[in-house]
Design a protein around this ligand. Sequence first.
Ligand code: PRX
Length: 664
Amino acid sequence: MVDRQDTPTRPVAEHERGADSPAAVFPPSADFAARAVAGTDFVESAAADRLRFWGDQARQRLSWHVEPTETLDWSGAPVARWFADGRLNVAYNCLDRHVEAGHGDRVALHWEGEPGDSRSVTYAELTRDVSRAANLLASMGVVAGDRVVIYLPQVPEAVVAMLAVARLGAVHSVVFGGFSGESLRARIDDAQAVLVVTADGGWRKGAVAPLKPAVDAALAVGGESSVRDVLVVRRGGNDVDWTEGRDHWWHEALEGVSDVHEPEAFEAEHPLFILYTSGTTGKPKGILHTSGGYLTQVATTHATVFDLRPESDVWWCTADVGWITGHSYVVYGPLANGATQVLYEGTPDSPAPGRWWDVVEKYGVTVLYTAPTAIRGFMKAGREIPQARDLSSLRLLGSVGEPINPEAWLWYREVVGGGRTPIVDTWWQTETGAIMISPLPGVTATKPGAAQTPLPGIAVDVVDDLGTPVADGESGLLVVSEPWPSMLRGIWGDPDRYAETYWSRFGDRYFAGDGARRDEDGDVWLLGRVDDVMNVSGHRLSTAEIESALVSHPIVAESAVVGAADETTGQAVVAFVCIRDSVTLQPEGKEAMVRELRAWVTRSIGAIARPRDIYIVGELPKTRSGKIMRRLLRDVAEGREVGDTTTLADTMVMSKLEAQVRGN
Ligand code: PRX
């Protein structure tokens, strides 16, 4: 039940909600609004002068070696420069300055290992750890501008490694531990990384998942790589192979290294990191972020969207540091703001389904930021599990990664938030670097299922194919109409793809790749991707990348991959595969073949891309010009009646395909 303060104030129009959503709007409680970090003044100051607002945020929230006098340099897409004459050190902003301000004893990380071991690290300790690691990397020849790949589990060393790289002005490329050796190699090669930081293994689902073998495999194939050294954190305790001269234990290498390191100041536009994400082709894009603008926007949004009080809050963002959410809201935002946070290594249900709620209770987590897929998983497991714990420390909840269905939103608020907590549904992307559209918890009357309002200083629009704004209530394409401080600065090594993907469609407006609609209040509702990018458990996957993995298997002639709606994961990967004419497949061989193809995708991309279903079919539905009609395949994958087939080259294909799918 919602409490009186949260009684819905007006019915929500039919078009604003999913069929299953009750009519509800939740204004902030008077108490929350009165004490909010960001109130109406904050909103108004941005509305009055956007650039001045961002300049103020940059100067107030960060410590600059040289304060910027310029705010934005934008002579049109696709190159924006923010705070270009300012100089700063990102790691200094996340560490030393908090110690200098007297907060050295404040806990930066409450780390919780999956098996139950734990460690708390203060800002003073983290500053020393990062300084020592920076000295080590420098002694190994890492200099400003070099690329360092980080392939680690969710352990404090991941944060230390990222900040040590940043401190030197080098560029990190964190690769999520769920990616295969092959994917890792592609990322190493693309960025020409000189060093890899990894671990023997990490804990996941009650067992050690090895990581080092994937690094060995990555560096063994395809000739000489750019990597000179591999630093290995000991975490899993599993046996590992060793290449003398190249491999070094992290703890041994750090022995005797000084923990004093003077941070050098770099230009605001100095590269900070590359993070690979899926696009519409088979090749992932290395999204490039730089320093001053990025840090300004992650710090601003972390403080205001999550109403952060660094002296009393315990922040917990459940994302892995291998994703953008982990970069911006585990590492850079919270640490720039001097927050205390929880970092948890494992899965939500290890060793038992209530693990997350035990963590909330143990550390007194006050603000929790997670993904709809996790919430739906908890809904399925039953409300008794969270309700058996004391979650009364929670005061604000956030959601990210995919549209949150109103039912999950309401469950989150009622069961996890005890009917008290505001919920902020935050829309953003790897490319945007920081949150772009979200309610402000002390200002916005929230609507279950909507991200609602572009944040102060951010301008978005919903347009049709030609770029004309659509009327409220109509669906269109989401664009960001003005440059923003944490925007991507390019795709690593591929300026043409950068210009083409994001800036060729609507001129100086950024094309996000998402569908959206505004309701009669002007609030934005996100409608999912409009391109061939899938969203599985809040992770971005490309249909083209999985298709090309499948067709690289010797028996596969052709494949088409679609994202099909899935109750828990949002979307699931469903593949339709035609095998080569030369291969004769006995009906009893089909199962083994499907298993083999699943394992093949896992090997080539990683377990996160493993298809839920693979159907072996005779032919794929194509138009006369040879384009695969994914819409029809999605109908089949979702068990719906197949839509209009009149544009197919051969209209019989679909009935044959449906019969084959039924027979699979
Ligand atoms: O489709 C949108 C969806 O996730 C995409 C971005 O994925 P990625 O770069 O991996 O970053 C995820 C974490 C920021 C977007 O294009 N998305 C993300 N958040 C939301 C969302 N869709 C709807 N509502 C959201 N709150």
